[in-house]
Design a protein around this ligand. Sequence first.
Ligand SMILES: NC(=O)c1ccc[n+]([C@@H]2O[C@H](COP(=O)([O-])OP(=O)(O)OC[C@H]3O[C@@H](n4cnc5c(N)ncnc54)[C@H](O)[C@@H]3O)[C@@H](O)[C@H]2O)c1
Length: 356
Amino acid sequence: MGSAASSSGTEERTVAERRAKTAVIGVGLIGEQHAEAYQSNPRADLTMVCDLSADRAKSVGERLGVASTASLADIANSDVEIVSVATPDHAHYESVMAMLEAGKHVVVEKPIATITKEAKAMVELAEAKNLKMTVNLGNRWNPNYLSIRDSVQSGEIGDPVMTYSKTSDTIWVPRTMLSWAGKSGPQWFLFAHTMDMVRWILGQEALEVYAIGQKKILKSEGIDAFDAIQALVRFENSFATFETSWIVPEAYPHIVESQLTINGSTGRLNFEGATQGFQISSDTVGKHMYARPSLWTYFKLSPSWWGALHNMVDCVLDGGEPAIAARDGMQVTAMIEAAEISIAEGRSVEIASLLN
Ligand SMILES: NC(=O)c1ccc[n+]([C@@H]2O[C@H](COP(=O)([O-])OP(=O)(O)OC[C@H]3O[C@@H](n4cnc5c(N)ncnc54)[C@H](O)[C@@H]3O)[C@@H](O)[C@H]2O)c1
């Protein structure tokens, strides 16, 4: 009896102490932070970093004290369980598919892909191989957005009617920060966040997109990307306008400019990125309040921006599915591709036409 209890105690301790082995592919600006996030997680061991640039992989590996490689095969053939893919927007597919083929669980940066067919292939391979896959959408762990979602889903503004979402970057981002800006655009870089956010807050799927965009100013600087896009999206029970720009002047005091306004049947909610607070106004419950008392409590639950990575570690060790499904990433890729087709062809595009 005593020995059975102690052996089961040992087993429990072994299970509790097991750490997930992790690796990161693409250790640029963001991938390096994935690597740091895994190193900061007491339940994870960062074992290897990989980059197309062997020099980059080596310098990050040396700084963090882990192995480095320029070959995907080295990670595929290792005993790593979770791999983050943080290569540029257009370059997620090859690494994600190679890692899934090798039986790894995958955390991929947003957007999951820039072609819906590729997103679908990734999701289907992960599901077929029973592997966990998630998208790093840090805003899902942002206390502001968590509170906004709670507010909307608990009916504080009634039924959502019309949403306005704007997230833009200063021109410094395509001009200086991203070496691959001409292979992406504000739609992939920013709609990937905002379109996911609005679907998640409303709890509704997008059905149809009509969009207009301009390619002029960045193009004149040799960057083949949209300057700005406005997309009108029909959701199941409401509609939304999404705006994004990559030409906000560098003089603007923040790199990112963002606003989210949701007009509901009995109230209105407004969030400003610059102040990180939000207002809720409702005649029904007679209140106009700025921010919410609960705003910061979420920080105690999960480290904010790297929540998807920590969530994956917990899922791999404890079982369960990631909070952000890879299918969410696929839906958002279809929304953005629909916007691109709409701009090119001057017509509205049904999301389902891209997913079938
Ligand atoms: N979640 C967020 O808030 C957030 C913020 C910024 C960027 N991102 C996303 O992170 C991803 C990376 O962006 P970044 O700003 O770190 O870019 P980056 O250019 O700084 O880094 C990309 C790295 O990937 C490497 N790379 C390129 N192709 C590769 C390949 N095939 N295999 C291995 N390595 C390869 C490059 O050498 C580079 O070191 C993008 O998808 C971007 O949209 C997410």
